[in-house]
Design a protein around this ligand. Sequence first.
Ligand SMILES: Cc1cc2nc3c(=O)[nH]c(=O)nc-3n(C[C@H](O)[C@H](O)[C@H](O)COP(=O)(O)O)c2cc1C
Length: 202
Amino acid sequence: MSILHIDSSARLTGSNTRIIGQYLVNALNTKVVHRDLAVNPLPAISAQDLMGVHGSSDEKRDSLNTHLAVSEQLIQELRDADTLVIGAPMYNFGIAASLKHWIDAICRAGVSFKYTEQGPVGLLNIKRVFIITGTGGTPVGSNMDFASGYLAHIFGFLGVKDIFHIDASGSKGTPEVIIESGKKQVDSLLSDTQLSEDLVVA
Ligand SMILES: Cc1cc2nc3c(=O)[nH]c(=O)nc-3n(C[C@H](O)[C@H](O)[C@H](O)COP(=O)(O)O)c2cc1C
């Protein structure tokens, strides 16, 4: 088993998604690669290079080559993992721009997924993703939450079979209450018989 742990909260301390994500990673107790998109944001990309990365263009341009290399590295991190832990703070009802930037770099037809007559099929080896959605007041799963459902859709699109949500809604109360609740959700997920059997097999 091998984890890719992505953090995107702008709060480097006191972040509910970071604290709960670290608790989960510690509990899984296995090899982990940590990518912090707030501390090390991906380089800004021009409109032309964004299209080039999306279409895996073979145009020869230094800036495009740089972004393609970044995309390759990020996709390799995904290829090397079977479990994702995603810390996703809600910003303006959606995900952090840094996390969206990462998604734009990893979703590439023919590289991380392919289109078939039966629909898109993921080309990665990711078995499961844990999505920790942190909000101020917006309840996770409400019709104002454009973060958790979006992330579930993206990972389903990339072929991830098991998608687990950890709800760090601010509407639950103080940070202590939110973190306690997040940890309990982690404990409960990890004690789920089917998931724990899968984790042992992995
Ligand atoms: C730029 C920004 C936008 C935010 N937008 C929302 C929002 O739309 N809805 C909400 O409930 N909370 C919003 N918040 C609050 C965060 O979701 C909240 O602080 C949450 O705990 C962030 O996760 P973290 O604790 O891991 O940093 C926003 C915070 C920031 C900094």
